[in-house]
Write a protein that binds this ligand. Structure first.
Ligand code: ACO
Length: 323
């Protein structure tokens, strides 16, 4: 008998304000055509001025619990992947805990920028396999609109706000790759690439700062590293690209998504794509795409999924999971 962390619910939340590319044409030297062609992004949602990461995370969490038919009191732990928590501390996760009315268990944040959800899933899996928790809510939630430089056309058109959540529960398997649940995980980081993608503020500067990115260089690393990590996780599970039903990639740029799928030998018909509607929502992008993919009827019970992401750090990784 093998214990597996298995998905029983998924949900998402997008803030009301929907911003098409054309809105940037009024204030920046950019066009809808450039943004679509270079990134695949058509629109994104932005949080209302007072709306926070934990508020969106809590709404996504309640949707995931509703799908699983569980109450907040059934949950042992909450992990929120975010780089845009409401405050320096306490964690966004403890704020979600309060917002959903969960009074027991434990909650904490994981910060690995766009790779955050993959890191949080790996952490949840490890806690569950170690017997520390039987039911874990894993949430990706971000308000990148709060850390964008609205005068920098090379970054501000790329990002959006939102939240996605997943409930993981312990189930028994037979130890084979036919089991439902998390089958393999693969994480990496390399702090020497800090200057490619960072926020120029925080505790040391006294102001939150704005996002800075060497887009072309991040793009180059993304294409090389994403297929590598996905293939490593698949190999760990005794599987290959041919076994994959769905790649659920971090949604940063359609060209990166296509290049990664091509390297893995997986056709685009088997890739969940939401970047056109959400932009890059950093740690929220994979659970948002999962929730939308389930809603569209794409992802079905028993499907083999590979999630892969890269972001600031650089930090990157992947998770292989049977739905
Ligand atoms: N509108 C019009 N022109 C623009 C815009 C814009 N919004 N942005 C840049 N340009 C211009 C540039 O100034 C440049 O002009 P120049 O040739 O006169 O200097 C030209 O377009 C080409 O710029 P590149 O940077 O070479 O364009 P590229 O094709 O690389 O696309 C992009 C840029 C979209 C940023 C791409 O590099 C990318 O997606 N990079 C990866 C981003 C990513 O994956 N991030 C994930 C992690 S995010 C995280 O962790 C928070």
């Amino acid at each position: 008998m093998t214990i597996r962390a298995t998905v029983t619910g998924v949900g998402h939340y997008l803030p009301d304000r929907l911003v098409p590319n054309s809105e940037f044409e009024a204030t920046l030297d950019t066009t809808d055509e450039w943004i679509r062609e270079r990134t695949g992004i058509e629109r994104r949602h932005f949080a209302a001025p007072g709306q926070t990461t934990s508020d969106m995370g809590a709404r996504a969490a309640l949707a995931a619990l509703a799908m699983a038919g569980r109450e907040p009191g059934d949950v042992d732990a909450i992990i929120v992947a975010t780089s845009t928590p409401d405050l320096t501390f306490p964690s966004a996760a403890t704020m979600v805990q309060k917002a959903i009315g969960m009074t027991g268990g434990f909650a904490f944040d994981v910060q690995a920028v766009c790779a955050g959800f993959v890191y949080a899933l790996t952490t949840a899996n490890a806690l569950m396999l170690a017997g520390q928790a039987k039911r874990v809510l894993v949430i990706g939630a971000e308000t990148f609109s709060k850390i964008l430089d609205w005068t920098d056309r090379t970054t501000c058109v790329l990002f959006g706000d939102g939240a996605g959540a997943m409930l993981l529960e312990i189930e028994e398997g037979d130890g084979s790759a036919r089991d439902r649940g998390i089958l393999a995980t693969d994480l990496h980081s390399d702090g020497s690439f800090k200057d490619l993608l960072y926020v120029d503020g925080g505790i040391s500067t006294g102001a939150p700062g704005v996002l800075k990115m060497e887009g072309r260089e991040v793009f180059r690393h993304a294409v090389a590293k994403l297929a590598q990590t996905a293939e490593a996780a698949l190999e760990q599970a005794g599987l290959s690209g041919a076994d994959v039903d769905w790649i659920v990639p971090h949604q940063a740029n359609l060209r990166i998504i296509k290049a990664t799928a091509q390297k893995m030998g997986v056709p685009m018909e088997r890739v969940v794509v939401t970047v056109q509607d959400h932009g890059n929502t950093s740690a929220a992008s994979i659970p948002l795409a999962l929730s939308v993919g389930v809603g569209r009827g794409q992802i079905k019970r028993g499907d083999l999924l590979v999630m892969e992401a890269i972001g600031g750090g650089l930090a990157w990784g992947s998770v292989v999971l049977r739905w």
